[in-house]
Ligand binder design. Structure first.
Ligand SMILES: Nc1ncnc2c1ncn2[C@@H]1O[C@H](COP(=O)(O)OP(=O)(O)OP(=O)(O)O)[C@@H](O)[C@H]1O
Ligand SMILES: [Mg+2]
Length: 404
């Protein structure tokens, strides 16, 4: 059984490549290759295609192995880079290794090629595994830190809301009693109404704070989120204005999740309004749903969330994106970057509370100037076998899936 190998040759000679390929085939590889012999094509191919190894000639008419190595390093690929040459002085070879080449091979000793390739592929695989393990660990630490912070803020909010509730009950109750008295004139009544109105506004804030601290009353029911987002389209579109394109991509065969219908609609409205506000010069907002199975293999693409079957709801915009500072704080109550009077900073904290109270997760991926993508993961109710598959839509979701 030969082992497929995607190899990029940097070589001006078709003939030399032929000999290298022959050697690789003899050693049990089935190479799929391309050949380049200038800087621009090397850079393009390294960036646009997946390779397992680069094998570079040393002397070429307009290019050399060290320049190729420099470009290779700039693209940040962690795959083996091997130099091949007819004549390499010891000093040049040492220099090449110092600059990051993994090995060098003399053309008259091509028998070394296969063992070197095998060893370097093994080592690259090990480096990859270490990197993935490190990333998973970092994600878990970040998650723990974030959830402890939100837990602490949640307790504070719940305590404040509780005291607030009692104070408001006194204000509203007594102004109601006052209103019933007959001796007040119209001007005095107007003043009492103002008190009642302000207290009502405070009550709205209180409801949002309770939502954040996961203490709202929810009525979870099995729900098909594709139906929900499709049904909301006519209501959301007019809120966006003509410069914003609104795209809904519902997964037709989406599974069910158990959530409170009104609250999840509120979550979608909040996210879509935020997306609109982030696109003052127009753009695209996309709302999509998908079936997704988080497994040990793909967990790092999903912020290291617990493994299991989910319904994924995404709201993606092509707006301003956000700074790291904003990203760190955006789910906290009263965090807003909007001018006074434009936003209270409670939109995303209520989303956070609703989703967590429903057993789900909400995460954001964003890049300044490129846009933001909010992803909501809700546990999928066990159901038809078909839904156990990760749907096509979810498979295409990358780390940052932005509309450009
Ligand atoms: N899609 C987005 N793109 C860029 N920044 C965003 C996006 N969504 C949220 N933000 C940032 O997160 C902050 C908090 O959002 P949140 O919805 O909680 O509050 P708000 O929109 O400022 O006010 P409110 O929703 O209470 O009216 C925003 O002020 C903004 O800085
Ligand atoms: Mg908002």
């Amino acid at each position: 059984m030969s082992e497929p190998l995607r190899v990029l040759f940097v070589d001006d000679s078709e003939e030399d490549v032929f000999f290298l390929l022959r050697e690789l085939k003899k050693g049990g590889f089935e190479p799929h290759h391309k050949r380049v012999d200038d800087a621009a094509s090397l850079r393009t191919l390294l960036q646009s295609e997946e390779w397992q190894i680069v094998i570079s000639d040393f002397h070429m008419p307009d290019f050399d192995g060290l320049m190729a190595l420099q470009i290779f390093k700039e693209t940040g690929r962690d795959i083996p880079f091997i130099l091949v040459s007819a004549i390499v002085g010891e000093e040049t070879a040492v220099l090449a290794m110092k600059q990051g080449a993994h090995d060098y091979i003399m053309k008259r000793n091509l028998a070394r090629l296969v063992p070197v390739v095998q060893r370097e592929l093994r080592e690259a695989e090990m480096r990859g595994q270490q990197r993935r393990a490190q990333l998973a660990l970092q994600q878990r630490e970040e998650q723990l830190r974030q959830s402890q912070k939100m837990e602490a803020i949640g307790r504070l909010a719940a305590g404040t809301a509780h005291d607030f509730k009692n104070v408001l009950a006194v204000i509203l109750g007594h102004s109601e009693l006052l209103m019933r008295e007959k001796d007040f004139n119209a001007a005095q009544r107007a003043k009492i109404e103002k008190i009642q109105h302000a207290a009502d506004q405070a009550r709205t804030l209180l409801v949002q704070l309770l939502a954040f601290s996961r203490k709202q009353e929810l009525n979870p029911q099995p729900l098909n989120l594709s139906t929900t987002v499709s049904a909301m389209k006519p209501m959301l579109e007019p809120m966006l204005g003509s410069s914003i394109q609104f795209v809904v991509l519902p997964e037709p065969d989406v599974g069910l999740c158990e959530v409170d219908a009104n609250s999840i609609e509120q979550v979608i409205i909040n996210l879509v309004i935020n997306a609109r506000d982030a696109m003052p010069n127009g753009g695209t907002v996309t709302v999509g749903t998908a079936n997704l199975a988080i497994t040990p293999e793909n967990a790092t693409h999903h912020d290291g969330l617990p493994h299991g079957d989910y319904i994924l709801l995404t709201v993606t915009d092509s707006g301003t994106g956000m700074t790291e500072e904003t990203r760190q704080h955006l789910f906290e109550p009263f965090f807003t970057t909007k001018e006074p009077g434009k936003g209270t900073g409670l939109g995303l904290s209520t989303c956070y509370g609703t989703i967590h109270q429903s057993g789900g997760h909400i995460v954001v991926h964003s890049e300044l100037g490129k846009g933001s993508s909010f992803r909501i993961y809700l546990p999928r109710l066990p159901g038809r076998e078909l839904q156990r598959e990760t749907s096509e839509a979810a498979r295409h979701i990358n780390d940052l899936e932005l509309v450009t």
